[in-house]
Design a protein around this ligand. Structure first.
Ligand SMILES: C[S@@+](CC[C@H](N)C(=O)[O-])C[C@H]1O[C@@H](n2cnc3c(N)ncnc32)[C@H](O)[C@@H]1O
Length: 320
């Protein structure tokens, strides 16, 4: 029943997509592990934007399929590509462990998205952080933490990936406190009103218990403290995954030529912003970051693309 619904609804039913055998094997493993569909969501049949550099070539939907080492969409066991859209992933499963951590750490050094678009925009929103105590929520490989430390902040970074925390340790070189922490859990380690600011860069869309996390961030910020949050732009998600713009859907985004995937929940703008306001924060500024000028010399095509199609959203909020 589910398969036939998908066949009918899927744009790929009329526009064949290719899936590597490796990807299918991983989906099968994941399906077996998650048993009965708990937590496994794959919407790769709906990836629509073939100019999206996040999307690996074999997954693009509007090319002409060749069967060289790949399978046609019609070959896929449909039980593996199902759409339990509201099933959340298991705890901490969204953290970037092992190979995904290594891929992200390397990519975030220089990528047009992280290094040239998200980070410069968010750091500008942060303003002067000298002497401030800042919580880096989902600190990844420590790119933000290292930058904030170099600007004079005292930084505590937390992440659920031990792989990425190893990179973060090397990046901050003893200059910041780092903890392994599942963001689905309260921030037990932090006292009330003990931080001046918090950065949550490209992380919130991975978290299921977002209301709890935001309430916890509010608790540990002092009154008047600030919170910076960036996320995937909802229109970019709509272009990638199709379906309804208003969907709340756990989705899988293939990266690293389809060898790996990133799992997150796409939500419309009103949900992203509404959750922050519901947690008691006041919006100070919302931006749609475009790449810094330096990218043009390095990658003119990415620069032009990111100046045309929004990729991220970023907000600065205040804890009243
Ligand atoms: C796109 S990366 C962003 C990293 C960093 N903020 C940056 O911008 O460079 C997303 C991060 O969220 C972390 N993450 C995802 N789900 C998590 C969870 N449940 N608990 C802790 N960390 C999580 C990942 O491990 C990864 O480091």
């Amino acid at each position: 029943m589910l398969a036939s619904n998908l066949m009918r609804d899927s744009p790929a039913a009329t526009s064949p997509a290719l899936f590597s055998a490796g990807f299918l094997a991983r989906q099968e493993q994941r399906h077996r592990r998650d048993h009965a569909g708990l937590g496994a969501v794959a919407r790769l049949d709906q990836v629509q934007d073939d100019s999206d550099p996040f999307v690996a070539a074999p997954f693009r939907t509007n090319g002409h399929p060749s069967r060289n080492g790949a399978l046609l969409l019609t070959d896929i066991p449909w039980r593996l590509i199902h759409s339990h859209c509201h099933d959340a992933p298991m705890r901490n499963e969204t953290a970037y462990h092992d190979a995904l951590g290594h891929f992200f750490a390397k990519n975030a050094d220089t990528s047009p998205y992280n290094a040239h678009t998200d980070r410069p925009a968010m750091l500008q929103l942060a303003g002067d952080v000298a002497g401030r105590r800042v919580l880096d929520v989902g600190c990844g490989a420590g790119h933000y933490a290292a930058e904030l430390v170099s600007r004079g902040a005292e930084v505590v970074g937390i992440d659920g990936s031990a792989t990425l925390l190893n990179y973060a340790r090397a990046h901050v070189n003893g200059g910041a406190e780092l903890h392994l922490h599942d963001l689905e859990e309260p921030l037990h380690f932090a006292d009330d009103e003990s931080f001046d600011g918090a950065v949550c860069a490209l992380v919130i869309h991975h978290v299921t218990k977002r209301a709890q996390l935001l309430n916890e961030i509010r608790r540990v910020l002092r009154p008047g403290g600030w919170l910076l949050v960036s996320t995937t732009h909802p229109t970019a998600d709509w272009r990638r995954f199709g379906g309804s713009y208003f969907a709340h859907e756990w989705s899988e985004l293939p990266v690293a030529d389809g060898e790996l995937s990133i799992r997150y929940e796409r939500v419309p703008l009103e949900t992203f912003l509404g959750e922050l306001l519901d947690a008691g924060f006041a919006l100070e500024r919302l931006i749609e970051p475009r790449p810094a000028a330096g990218l043009q010399e390095i990658d003119d095509a990415a620069y032009a693309k990111l100046h045309t199609a929004p990729c991220f959203l970023a907000v600065r909020l205040q804890r009243p």
